[in-house]
Design a protein around this ligand. Structure first.
Ligand SMILES: *Cc1c(COP(=O)(O)O)cnc(C)c1O
Length: 385
């Protein structure tokens, strides 16, 4: 055999489809329907045209400027864009409920080539091959892929009947396994969120010397961030991304917020695998996005509004829909299966996501787009149901 024995342990992630046969309205990968801020477009264009030679040089391997700008954005917004208050002059302040009781500093930030790469390094750095880590049975489906890649045993805990996380059982398993824990909050694909206080209660009972990872990819659309808990729990590590709320999935920008000690550990992994995870253009785009949280707060609010409207529409059409705190809706209909609904919606030019995974195969996951896109999808659903 030409391949290493490791290859048999790989089960690659299957992303939402990107068909080329016709133009679809793409509501299947939880991307943001809005373009980045015009200021980001200008900064990127200026960077390339004003300093072409810069593209011939290596970028800053540690993205220092970007780390400072991310920290600054978090302090200004409280880490939840859809609730941040925007003054007429464009300045942004956190909602009272999101206020962070300390200042997030640049040494608490790590950035990588999308949070997928960040998660990969985090798995390598903090999960042991000798101890099972705990995660929910239905959560971001890349976690099991990394477990296979790094040969880390996992312990998947079934959700409660109402699709919420079974936090009690997760804590029991963490104690028994003596390892770490990871989940997305809000969770995917269920769209449901734990409150910060619920996560805090988990942290109080989890292993204080084992990593506790919260993936906040969707928190800007209405969840509660756990950033305010970082000073109380040194084992807490928060993963976030520019791909959803910062309209930049194509730039590949993900980050971690954690104690400087944990950040140093991930940096050591990074410098042992890929010294320059962020290219120069991505760093410019990221910095400029962070300087304009007012624009992104507005985008997140619009998405949250459309989500709530579409939630009500689905309910009125007899769907069972989970109470989303994200930019997508997870729903099933009593008289049409998930696979069939996905297929018939696709025939009409809209892509939504269906998972063939046993247990959730009756559901579809619908990314929330613009008002116009959701109006179009509504018409399609009205024809089908
Ligand atoms: C989209 C998503 C990610 C990946 O984001 P990238 O930064 O684009 O790699 C990570 N975690 C969850 C839960 C996601 O939904």
């Amino acid at each position: 055999m030409i391949t290493s024995s490791r290859m048999s342990a790989l089960h690659p992630y299957v992303p939402g489809e990107q068909p080329k046969d016709r133009v679809y309205t793409k509501l299947n990968a939880n991307e943001n329907p809005y373009a980045p801020s015009p200021k980001v477009i200008k900064a990127v264009t200026d960077f390339i045209t004003a300093n072409p030679q810069k593209l011939a040089l290596y970028p800053d391997p540690d993205s220092n400027e970007l780390h400072a700008k991310i920290a600054d954005m978090i302090n200004k917004t409280g880490g939840v864009l859809c609730r941040a208050h925007v003054a007429p002059d464009g300045s942004v302040t956190p909602d009272e409920s999101d206020r962070i009781p300390f200042t997030v500093t640049p040494d608490m930030i790590y950035t990588g080539n999308g949070s997928d790469e960040v998660l990969s390094f985090v798995f390598y750095a903090f999960f042991d091959s000798g101890k099972k880590f705990v995660m929910p049975q239905f959560t971001y489906s890349f976690y099991p892929v990394y477990a296979g890649f790094y040969d880390i045993p996992m312990d998947q805990v079934p959700l409660n009947e109402d699709w919420t996380l079974n936090t009690e059982e997760m804590l029991v398993r963490v104690k028994n396994n003596g390892g770490g824990m990871i989940f997305a909050n809000p969770n995917a694909p269920t769209s449901l969120a734990l409150t910060r206080e619920q996560v805090r209660q988990m942290l109080l009972k989890a292993n204080p010397d084992k990593i506790f990872i919260v993936d906040e990819a969707y928190v800007d659309f209405g969840g509660e961030s756990c950033i305010p808990l970082l000073k109380e729990f040194s084992n807490l590590l928060i993963v976030r991304t520019f791909s959803k709320s910062l309209c930049a999935a194509g730039m590949r920008l993900g980050y971690v917020v954690a104690s400087p000690e944990l950040i140093n550990t991930i940096t050591t992994v990074k410098n042992s695998v890929n010294h320059f995870p962020l290219d120069a253009v991505a760093q410019v785009a990221g910095c400029t996005a962070c300087e304009n949280p007012d624009y992104y707060a507005e985008c997140a609010r619009k998405v949250a509004q459309e989500r709530d409207k579409f939630y009500n529409f689905l309910k009125s059409r007899g769907f069972y829909v989970l109470e989303s705190k994200t930019n997508f809706l997870f729903a099933r209909h009593p008289s049409i299966g998930g696979e069939e609904l996905y297929r018939r919606v696709k025939e009409k030019g809209f892509l939504i996501r269906h998972f063939a995974t046993p247990g959730i195969e009756e559901f579809v996951r619908i990314t929330v787009g613009t008002a116009e896109q959701m109006e179009g999808l509504k018409k399609v659903f009205e024809e089908i149901i």
